[in-house]
Ligand binder design. Structure first.
Ligand SMILES: [Cu+2]
Length: 277
């Protein structure tokens, strides 16, 4: 283009009519739109099977965010890939270059009109703005203070297990410790997370909480309210040594009455994993 573009006597055929370029653009846009619709539809179905079931409103929001952000990213990524793929297939050089000379078949130059440039900037700018507003809304939701007082549970990591410590409901009684996390449904809970040795990561995916467990400091998680009775998992999400992948503990969300019964039994050291230290 730099050497030959302006010369009329060049042996490279140049396209003067805008017909073929418009045809190219239409075809690329059709491919892009079609593939985007198919990929988004596939993603919506696949994500409903892949994403773990949420047990708190925070995690429902986290799952929706994953679905929406990925659905928005699909057409952006495909716009690039379809363009590249189309150009590779449709405009590859059919005659190989000979020494010192470019191939004799020139692809049409891609020149954007100012309208297309403005449209591209407006669409991508609008997308970014949408993501910022979505994120701010997420932060605002997380900062909402629940009306009920949260129950505070200490979650302590060590190589390679988690220990949970509950305040005993009776005054002056020893706190209850357990290697499984039992929680009453519909009751807000907050975890004070720490570690006894190295850096661990405290995550309950179904509750939408992830936090570093640092030795020497106690960090509270946000307040979450489990809304579903069922079995979930606490995992360590920080590579913390040889048995890191075994560092998980069961989470049981149970009815209020079952929780009180469990706590009572655990405080007498008869619940599974229950003991007092
Ligand atoms: Cu760990």
């Amino acid at each position: 283009m730099t050497q030959q573009g302006g010369s009329t006597g060049s042996d490279i055929p140049t396209r003067t009519a805008s017909e073929p370029e418009n045809h190219d653009l239409r075809e690329v846009l059709l491919w892009w739109a079609g593939l985007s619709i198919i990929a988004i539809a596939v993603w919506v179905v696949v994500s409903s099977l892949l994403l773990p079931k949420a047990a708190t409103a925070d995690d429902v929001f986290a799952n929706v965010t994953v679905v929406v952000f990925t659905a928005l990213a699909i057409p952006v990524a495909l716009f690039v890939w379809v363009f590249v793929g189309y150009s590779l297939v449709r405009h590859r050089a059919r005659v190989t270059a000979t020494a010192g000379r470019p191939p004799t078949e020139a692809a049409p130059a891609i020149v954007a009109t100012s309208g297309q440039t403005i449209a591209w900037l407006a669409i991508t700018g609008g997308l970014c703005l949408f993501l910022v507003v979505w994120g701010l809304f997420g932060i605002y939701r997380g900062a909402q203070v629940p009306t009920k007082h949260p129950m505070i549970v200490d979650a302590t990591g060590q190589q390679w297990l988690w220990t949970f410590r509950y305040p005993h409901p009776a005054p002056n009684a020893q706190p209850v410790t357990s290697q499984e996390l039992v929680l009453p449904v519909n009751h807000p809970v907050q975890f004070d997370v720490t570690s006894l040795d190295v850096l661990h990561g405290f995550e309950i995916r179904a509750f939408g909480i992830t936090l570093d467990a640092n030795p020497g400091s106690i960090i509270p998680t946000e307040v979450v309210t489990p809304r579903k009775i069922g079995d979930f998992t606490v995992r360590c999400v920080e590579l913390c040594g040889l048995y890191h992948s075994y560092m998980w503990a069961p989470v049981k969300v149970v009815s209020e009455s079952s929780y009180i019964a469990w706590l009572h039994a655990a405080s007498h050291g008869s619940a599974q994993g229950g003991s007092s230290t």
